[in-house]
Design a protein around this ligand. Structure first.
Ligand code: GLN
Length: 479
């Protein structure tokens, strides 16, 4: 069985050419044969599946998926890529996991990720880095690199990830798949281990936009347990996929097209724009003047929130506990010293600093003000255009180790993606071609709660191109 989309699996289940148990076994076998090399999964859930009759009529019943190890899933080890939670077994489901479980989907395993989702290459994981299925000397991107590699390599038809500054879109771009970060608040954050609460968003890594639409419909929605989740009604995303794109206006921000993108990538972006033009889309130059402050703003806000969120890992209630401390203070310190890796420590120290008395106004408050300006840039732009397009990343997958010793160059990976998290708007990355056999992605950004527009636009592109269907060589073994 080749690499299949969720849609194809649905069709095969509907015409009874395969059973959900058989599908489950095929993916588990594939994970078992590939995971030793790719390292996409931290744990594999190989229990036999049992689907109840209530789930009988769900359109996604029996569809297996890979779950980023940041989501709590009942009875499963949930590590968040950290030694701190190496032995943590979640007693409950995250709301998005519960929503999907109620519809009869099946978790294949928990995917590898940068520690506490801090990183852009998966190299900060306590469980070792993930390899890019297109070139095993390269990173799949991060922090949802395990989920991205699992889908790209055909170890799962679809996966869940989280995106705080680009962690769904960037790895999707680097592994040649589709990655959707919905609007902030579209999906509940309950049970999703917190990194930066005002930016974190659950989303989907899939082969196609159509598959993302199928899953989002079931994941999204208001949740009493998350007061920042939105009461906005969840549309039936699949019903929008075939809308005609004629007359849509797309903004091209001059800040994304300032000549800094290498010409080999620029060529792909230009070709994808031509493809969209053929579908009746019009393009317009726009400006997002404050976007240049996105990365520094993010690297004040996100560490500030993380320093507060990660204060709970003190060795007392759950997680790693040091046996070394001699009094309460040294016990806390020793536990955190042993449990966290260097990048997490760097963020906690930075975050504590920007929140401390005397620096709060100069850094944190200033960053919050700039954040408002960035949001206003998007609101102004969307007065003129329906969506915004640009590259997802500055380059295709880079070599493992290339940026590990240079945090600032690692942080710059998210230069095109971070602004949508600061503003909360939804964004999607989809594959648009290859440079030296490595995939590259285009990002499409929409106004708040316009995911249906994003999915429609990308679906139309994917109906007339086949970049998203290209598979790495190692998938050929399935044929
Ligand atoms: N790379 C960014 C960071 O390290 C974003 C991570 C994310 O989206 N989770 O903070």
């Amino acid at each position: 069985m080749k690499r299949h989309t969720v849609k194809e699996l649905q069709n095969m289940l509907a015409d009874q050419s395969i059973s959900s148990e058989e599908i489950h076994q095929i993916y588990l076998n594939r994970i078992k044969s590939m995971n030793d090399s790719i390292n996409a999964f931290i744990s594999i859930e190989s229990d036999e599946i049992s689907l109840s009759s209530e789930q009988k009529n769900s359109e996604i019943k029996g569809i297996p998926y890979a779950l980023k190890d940041i989501f709590c899933s009942e009875g499963d080890k949930t590590t968040c890529g950290s030694k701190m939670l190496a032995n943590f077994v979640s007693p409950y489901d995250a709301t998005v996991v519960r929503n999907l479980r109620e519809k009869g989907t099946v978790i294949l395993g928990k995917t590898n990720m940068d520690e506490f989702a801090m990183g852009s290459s998966n190299e900060t994981s306590f469980y070792g880095n993930v390899l890019n299925p297109w070139d095993e000397e390269r990173t799949p991107g991060g922090s949802s690199g395990g989920s991205a590699a699992a889908v790209a390599a055909g170890m799962a038809p679809i996966a869940l990830g989280t995106d705080t500054g680009g962690s769904i879109r960037q790895p999707a771009a680097l592994t040649g798949i589709t990655g959707l970060k919905p609007t902030y608040g579209r999906c509940s954050r309950f049970g999703m281990i917190a990194f930066a609460s005002s930016l974190d968003q659950a989303g989907i890594l899939s082969i196609s936009a159509e598959d993302a639409a199928i899953f989002l419909e079931h994941m999204a929605g208001y949740d009493q347990k998350d007061s920042t989740s939105s009461i906005e009604e969840v549309p039936k995303y699949t019903e929008f996929l075939n809308n005609d794109l004629t007359g849509k206006v797309v903004g091209l921000p001059r800040e994304f097209f300032d000549g800094s993108l290498d010409s080999k990538y620029q060529t792909l972006v230009t070709e994808s724009i031509h493809e969209y033009e053929k579908m009746g889309v019009q393009f317009k130059d726009i400006s997002l003047p404050n976007i240049k402050y996105s990365v520094p703003t993010y690297y004040v806000v996100a560490p500030a929130e993380c320093s507060s969120n990660l204060a709970r890992y003190d060795g007392v209630r759950f997680g790693h506990r040091s046996s070394e401390g001699t009094d309460l203070d040294s016990f806390y310190k020793q536990t955190r010293k042993e449990g966290f890796g260097p990048e997490v420590k760097r963020r906690i120290i930075t975050g504590t600093y920007v929140l401390s008395a005397g620096y709060y106004d100069a850094y944190y408050l200033k960053a919050q003000k700039v954040r408002q300006l960035i949001n206003q840039d998007f609101l102004n732009a969307f007065e003129e255009v329906d969506v915004i397009m640009g590259p997802t990343t500055q380059q295709s997958a880079f070599k493992l180790g290339d940026k590990l010793d240079d945090p600032v160059s690692m942080y710059m990976n998210d230069i095109y993606t971070i602004s949508s998290n600061l503003s909360g708007v939804p964004a999607i990355s989809h594959p648009i071609g290859f440079v030296d056999n490595l995939p590259f992605g285009l990002q499409v950004i929409a106004p708040h709660f316009m995911e249906h527009d994003l999915l429609n636009i990308v679906h139309q592109y994917q109906m007339s191109t086949d970049w998203h269907l290209q598979t790495p060589n190692l998938c050929r073994e399935f044929d």
